[in-house]
Design a protein around this ligand. Structure first.
Ligand code: ADP
Ligand code: MG
Length: 382
């Protein structure tokens, strides 16, 4: 989000409705620093909010209906209470579903007009969807004078995504978008929902975090995600634990499992959880550089044990390393999307350029990149 985005949504709102918006809100996308496929195993994750965000100007209306304009889509959608049916088509479902979730939880939501823009890349695994939900929720909750705490906001936004849009996701994305604070990563326990802000001291350590979108079209994501999830649940059942988070002795657990593939899946989840805990320790001690081997190990585990990487992603990570990155890993659910690389300050462009060259040699399309700047969660801007 930028001041240009604030001006853009304010001007578009004023143009359309002939009056100033009542306010402007924003909610960021996120990148997961470490902890992949641990969320549905009741484990730990550590996302941070990006500077990229959905920015929304909004004002109340008195006919009890809602309109939402996306400047990115150049489209306006309007809906009333009778249109709030789960499974609704199109991007406006992410806003209608927020109204639906708030009302379902007993919150009276005022009719409103929303005009939004976003600089969160869409479909890259950076949670443009959660940013959209959380921005809409921030605007609607304030306009309706609702007292909803940030964790409750995250849960309602997830209800929208799971039950109204129909995408089965954990709470991480919405928690990151609402709860993150500037300069910190969010150490999040997906079982207890306990949170801790851990200082991500990149500047102080002379580091920066490159986020590179491989632009790989996601294939098989839904079926592979479901298969991994099933495998983890089946393993937990065989091991007699509520979730893989409860496995304390990995070797003993592996000895109890019948198939090599399931053993690998369990090894990823158990070691990945341990890496998130180690990352929290490292950041608490401001030893940011020591994140690097954890990122590398996380990537190897996703590649070899959980088998959720693809050739573009593996090439990006390997090239980042050979171009000088201290550590690198795929981030997100897998089968494409983004990688992150911890690099010396001032070298992110160079590392990204090396990856672009390797992609050109391999016949892949050109990746895009930006710096991951640990930013604040959803807030009112005006
Ligand atoms: P991700 O969250 O990884 O970016 P998703 O598939 O979960 O990908 O969410 C992307 C969807 O969110 C888009 O297809 C669109 O429906 C909606 N969306 C995101 N940003 C916007 C926007 N600025 N305007 C309209 N819809 C958007
Ligand atoms: Mg999403």
């Amino acid at each position: 989000m930028s001041s240009t985005d604030i001006d853009a949504v304010t001007a578009a709102f004023t143009d359309r409705f002939g009056a100033q918006p009542a306010g402007v809100w924003a909610a960021p996308g996120r990148v997961n620093l470490i902890g992949e496929h641990t969320d549905y195993n009741d484990g730990f994750v550590m996302p941070f909010a990006l500077a990229q965000a959905v920015t929304v100007a909004a004002g109340p209306r008195d006919d009890g209906r809602w309109s939402v304009t996306s400047l990115n889509q150049d489209q306006t959608k309007e809906f009333g209470p009778d249109d709030l049916t789960p499974g609704m088509d199109g991007w406006a479902a992410y806003v209608a579903g927020v109204v639906w979730a708030l009302r379902g939880a007993g919150y009276p939501v005022t009719g409103a007009d929303l005009v939004l823009t976003s600089d969160v890349p869409v479909g890259a695994g950076l949670s443009s969807s959660a940013a959209l939900e959380c921005a809409a929720l921030a605007a609607l909750a304030d306009l309706s004078d609702l007292d909803v705490d940030p964790l409750e906001r995250a849960k309602l936004a997830r209800t929208c995504e799971n039950e109204f849009v129909g995408a089965p996701t954990g709470l991480m994305d919405q928690a990151a978008s609402t709860l993150c604070t500037l300069g910190h990563a969010l150490f999040f326990d997906c079982r207890s929902f306990k949170t801790e802000q851990v200082h991500l001291a990149l500047d102080e350590a002379g580091l920066e975090l490159l986020v590179l979108d491989t632009q790989t079209p996601h294939a098989l994501v839904d079926s592979e995600y479901a298969a991994r999830r099933r495998s983890c649940e089946e393993a937990a059942r065989l091991l007699g634990v509520a979730a893989l988070r409860d496995v304390t002795d990995l070797d003993a657990a592996l000895a109890l499992l019948p198939e090599v593939e399931m053993q690998r899946r369990v090894r990823h989840v158990v070691t990945e959880n341990a890496r998130v805990l180690a990352a929290a320790d490292v950041l608490r001690a401001d030893r940011t550089t020591d994140l690097a081997p954890l990122l590398d190990a996380s990537h190897a585990s996703m590649r070899d044990d959980f088998e959720i990487t693809v050739p573009t992603v593996d090439l990006a990570v390997a090239t980042a390393k050979s171009a000088g990155a201290l550590g690198a890993r795929m981030t997100g659910g897998g089968f494409g999307g983004c990688i992150i690389a911890l690099v010396a300050a001032g070298t992110a462009d160079e590392v990204a350029e090396a990856i672009a060259a390797a992609f050109a040699d391999a016949g892949y399309g050109r990746p895009t990149h930006f710096l991951g700047l640990p930013s604040a969660g959803a807030s009112r801007l005006r």
